[in-house]
Write a protein that binds this ligand. Structure first.
Ligand code: ATP
Ligand code: MG
Length: 237
């Protein structure tokens, strides 16, 4: 069997609030295969966003306590350039609360990842997101600001932005969390379409019905992921 595309082994993450340590992840392990759509379920405050941020390289696990591997290679220890490339081109991130920049237009917001270190550059990103925004039904909104958009339109813009650099893996944090059921279903249809075209997706949600759209789900409880039998990642060599 080929090795998983993305793996987490025994991740620990503790936040420090003043003098108090708040352990959130206490030995989280998971493995995502190429082309798979995995849902991570968990109640509010269970650490879903924390886990997704670690997988996306937006934050790091506690020092020496756990490891993330992409295509079998640890993220830790990569050169700054390789790490930038991972964050910009390997993964695309859909944040829990859109995080669109209010002063930028829809097109400018969506093409931003093309401009960051490791991104594909302004012109290719513009071409790619123009195409995506068109497919997402937003071609008439390119020059609008986020405040002029509905929740669903904002989320479609955020998904186009996450796909700007044509990533291998989409990390989606409650992608329908702020939307009504109908609009949420439309967003999930859009993710399903991207998944059909080969995109690997890790999606976190508190809602079992939403998780049911994924190929497989696992649950984050007390800082640990429970995975269905037979799908645990192999122990570290
Ligand atoms: N930067 C931080 N500093 C301190 N504590 C934090 C920080 N980020 C998160 N936490 C705490 O860690 C715990 C997990 O937070 P996290 O946002 O990962 O949960 P979540 O499962 O995504 O919750 P929700 O479903 O409400 O989005 C919470 O108790 C939260 O208060
Ligand atoms: Mg969260």
């Amino acid at each position: 069997m080929s090795s998983p595309l993305l793996e987490a082994h025994d991740l620990h993450k503790t936040y420090r609030l003043g003098q108090v340590d708040v352990p959130v992840l206490k030995g989280c392990s998971l493995a995502v295969s190429r082309g798979e759509w995995l849902a991570v379920l968990g109640s509010s405050g269970s650490g879903k966003s924390t886990l997704l941020h670690l997988l996306g390289g937006l934050d790091r696990p506690d020092s020496g306590r756990g490891e993330i591997r992409h295509e079998g290679q640890p993220l830790e220890g990569r050169s700054a350039r390789a790490f930038d490339r991972y964050r910009a081109q390997t993964v695309g991130f859909v944040f829990q609360f859109y995080h669109l920049l209010p002063e930028l237009t829809v097109l400018e917001n969506a093409m931003l990842p093309g401009l960051v270190p490791g991104g594909i550059g302004a012109a290719p990103a513009r071409r790619r997101v123009s195409n995506l925004l068109d497919r997402f039904g937003l071609s008439h909104r390119l020059n609008h600001r986020p405040r002029e958009l509905s929740g669903g339109e904002r989320q479609r813009t955020a998904i186009a932005r996450a796909l700007a650099n044509d990533p291998q893996i989409l990390l989606a944090d409650e992608p329908t969390g702020n939307l009504d059921a109908h609009t949420g279903a439309e967003i999930l249809d859009l993710l399903a379409e991207a998944h059909q075209s080969g995109l690997t997706i890790v999606m976190v949600t508190h809602d079992q019905q939403i998780a049911d759209r994924a190929d497989r789900d696992c649950r984050l409880v007390d800082g640990v992921l429970s995975v269905a039998e037979g799908t645990e990642p192999a122990p570290l060599a």
